[in-house]
Ligand binder design. Structure first.
Ligand code: TPP
Length: 460
């Protein structure tokens, strides 16, 4: 298809400016073309310099000893922690910045996700929905990171981040409508279960192909930066992009990081390193120091954090947001270390590739929900009775939303032909007619009554 090219003179002034700005290498929002040339000039080699000043390695000292660097001579990057497995604070500088009510709300968000997981996993086993993915063991990564974002920030998820949706206000009914693909699902039932999305909450719809969200996130962050260059009244915003360590093996991961680094995009990359990419353990996925070491390779400020420590994750995310907005914008990489307690999805049996005892050990040793609960108990804001009440009421609410959504009508059948073209094309109209004929011919094979509007939606 040929694209119509809009002449620059046909654009409004800000659009014209943005096209020109997009062509420039942007070091900071205020960096002019002249400044860029000056920066490039400083890379030239001076006589008798002690350091190489090639453009590709600007701070490399000359050396007369030949040495191949060994990754093993570098210590692994540390893992930041605030609260240990016993709920005790280990960072003496830590001051909780949330009220008791706010902590309890976030704790309930984590509980909600974990209780919903069990119910939906079982529902899939009963044949009531086709597919589900749990996030057991990873609730702190999603809830705590989301809690440090602003409402206006833009989010790209992988698929195991129900906690992000929950924390931002996706309702139980929103979850269930998507899972049961009923008429209230904004995706009109076209996506697999767990591929949530929400325009209101600024969360892009999840897509199955791994890591595709990452270059999109860099691009979105670049767009946010450009918008603010053009209009300072827009509040500064960041993009948060979630992915697993397995997805970081995709080329898109590398493209995204490099693009974000060179274009100084305000994007926070959040890697959930949970030890497995379905059946592939991390040892078979990479040989370097996790995913964090790659951030440094791309010139990106990076931190590794204990993903089972709610407070550490929140503190790190708060700081990352601040850094991402500094100097006009830059990317940050967070690697959150955790463990995928459950099977990869309802289509997986993880005991085919890992020992039960490994999972049981992890469950016993560490869990983000139990850790935060211990901290709350040590503060005197939580106890056994509150835990029991919370679990019961959350379970009740989930089951209510579940049965309401399950009974709802499915989206209109006509929807399968819509939304690609503004109007249905002659081909699509022909296909729709053929479908109607098929449904009329075999009424016992198709229950059209469960779709909103029944067969009539296929009339022209
Ligand atoms: C491009 C692409 N390749 C392969 C798959 C199949 N696949 C789905 S999930 C997954 C594992 C991803 O692991 P990770 O990124 O570590 O996330 P986790 O599931 O552990 O949360 C794979 C290989 C896919 N969806 N897309």
């Amino acid at each position: 298809m040929r694209m119509k090219r809009v002449p620059l003179s046909g654009l409004s002034a800000p659009a014209r400016y943005s096209r020109r700005a997009l062509r420039q290498p942007i070091l900071s929002p205020t960096c002019s073309a002249k400044q860029s040339r000056r920066n490039a000039g400083s890379l030239s080699q001076r006589p008798d310099a002690k350091h190489v000043s090639f453009p590709g390695a600007v701070k490399s000292a000359f050396s007369n000893s030949m040495r191949f660097e060994q990754p093993s001579t570098y210590p692994g990057l540390p893992t930041y922690r605030v609260v240990d497995q016993h709920g005790a604070v280990v960072d003496p500088t830590f001051e909780p910045d949330l009220s008791d009510e706010q902590v309890v709300k976030l704790y309930r968000d984590m509980l909600t996700v974990s209780i919903m997981d069990v119910i939906m996993f079982d529902a899939q086993r009963q044949g009531r929905l086709s597919f589900y993915m749990v996030s057991a063991g990873e609730e702190a990564v999603s809830v705590a990171t989301a809690s440090a974002l602003a409402k206006e920030d833009v989010i790209f998820c992988q698929y195991r981040e129900q906690g992000v949706f929950q924390q931002r206000g996706f309702t139980l009914s929103d979850f269930m409508s998507q899972l049961f693909a009923n008429r209230h699902d904004p995706g009109r039932g076209r996506n697999m279960p767990v591929h949530y999305g929400s325009r209101e909450l600024n969360i892009h719809t999840i897509s199955s192909p791994l890591a595709t969200q990452l270059p999109q996130a860099s691009g979105a962050a670049y767009a946010l930066k450009m918008q603010r260059m053009l209009d300072q009244s827009i509040p500064p915003r960041v993009v948060a992009a979630y992915f697993g360590e397995g997805a970081a093996s995709e080329g898109d991961f590398h493209a995204a990081l490099n693009m974000a680094a060179t274009r100084a995009c305000p994007v926070i990359f959040i890697c959930r390193n949970n030890g497995y990419a379905i059946s592939t353990p991390t040892l078979e996925q990479y040989r370097g120091d996790g995913i964090a070491s790659r951030g440094l390779g791309y010139g990106i400020e990076t931190i590794r954090v204990d993903g089972n420590d709610f407070w550490a994750v929140r503190e790190v995310m708060k700081k990352a947001r601040e850094l991402a907005l500094r100097d006009g914008g830059k990317p940050v990489l967070i690697e959150a270390m955790t463990y995928r307690v459950s099977h990869h999805s309802t289509s997986d049996d993880s005991f085919a590739y890992r020992a039960r005892v490994e999972v049981e050990d992890w469950k016993r040793r560490d869990n983000p929900i139990i850790r935060l609960r211990k901290w709350m108990e040590s503060k005197g804001i939580w106890d056994e009775a509150k835990e029991k009440d919370a679990r019961e009421s959350i379970r009740r609410d989930i089951l209510k939303a579940f049965s309401e959504a399950e009974r709802e009508k499915k989206p209109a059948i006509r929807g399968m032909f819509e939304d690609v073209y503004e109007e249905l094309t002659p081909d699509l109209l022909k296909q729709m007619k053929a479908l109607r004929k098929q449904l009329e011919e075999y009424p016992d094979e198709y229950d059209v009554g469960e779709f909103e509007g029944g067969m009539e939606t296929l009339d022209k």
